[in-house]
Design a protein around this ligand. Structure first.
Ligand code: NDP
Length: 247
């Protein structure tokens, strides 16, 4: 499918991107801003968020906002406070891209480390759920809101040694389906994207021997991310979509 949108498709929309400082999240933030959105950049490393902020403002796109937050330690209250701040500043939220993710340690199943498992589940699943709960009232204030989760090929089909990460991505797909079903009668559209192998530091950690030049870049796969936030994607709901064909 060719994910075409108009050049100002996201004009006037307020979109939160988690993990916006690097990799796919960084590119999504840049592309959303380029299409006219006011982007809220959330992540744990302020320097990286500031660099993306500067890149966006240099283009003349709408001024973004920064929310420094470590999703590993954040509690329900952090998300409620964050929702309050967004409400005061913007009065609504038109989209959230749940992109931040932790790979954790790849290991045989019988050696999955409990602490590492808890961390992966905390960032990839529980924090994402708590954040979504806190943001739903704001999303419901929008005339056309979008929630996009991020899954993985190992979230559709389990694979040896992908332990906690694969378990967390199955949970993410389940979360998307549950929320999409509940939002069917609302103006909130809910979907998940599987980026597929993409040239980022997470991919390099998982496949250290791989030649990065053989991989799609975040920019290559971003049209789907834009489409699902744009008016053009309004009919898509409850879907888990691969951003690129299987390698
Ligand atoms: P990167 O590791 O390049 O970026 C991940 C982002 O998440 C970073 O900005 C990172 O922040 C942020 N993040 C991690 N932990 C936390 C935390 N505790 N609190 C806040 N932010 C956090 O990964 P990718 O861009 O490759 O991955 C993006 C998403 O795509 C992930 O959900 C990943 O699972 C998924 N994915 C990626 C694939 C790929 O091939 N790249 C394939 C399939 C799925 P910081 O920079 O500060 O560390």
């Amino acid at each position: 499918m060719d994910y075409q949108v108009t050049s100002d498709a996201l004009q006037g929309r307020v979109i939160l991107v988690t993990g916006a400082g690097a990799g796919i999240g960084r590119q999504a933030a840049l592309s959303y801003a380029e299409k006219g959105a006011t982007v809220i950049l959330l992540g744990r490393t302020v320097k990286k968020l500031e660099a993306v902020y500067d890149e966006i403002t240099a283009t003349g796109a709408p001024q973004p906002a920064i929310i420094p937050l470590d999703m590993l330690g954040a509690t329900r209250q952090h998300y409620l406070d964050m929702a309050d701040t967004i409400d005061q500043q913007f009065g609504r939220l038109d989209g959230v891209l749940h992109n931040a993710g932790l790979l954790g340690v790849l290991s045989p199943f019988d050696q999955i480390d409990e602490k590492s498992h808890d961390d992966v589940m905390q960032v990839n699943v529980k924090a994402t759920m708590l954040m979504t709960q806190a943001l739903l009232p704001l999303l419901k204030k929008s005339d056309d809101a979008r929630v996009v989760f991020t899954t993985s090929t190992v979230g559709h089909q389990g694979r040896a040694y992908w332990g906690s990460y694969a378990i967390s991505k199955f949970a993410t797909e389940g979360m998307m389906q549950v929320l999409a079903d509940e939002m069917s009668d609302t103006k909130v559209r809910v979907n998940a994207i599987n980026p597929g192998g993409t040239r980022t530091s997470m991919r390099a950690s998982a496949f250290p021997g791989e030649d990065p030049d053989t991989l799609k870049t975040p920019l290559d796969i971003i049209p789907l991310y834009v489409y699902l936030m744009a008016p053009e994607g309004v009919e898509v709901h409850g879907q888990c979509i691969d951003a690129q064909p299987k390698r």
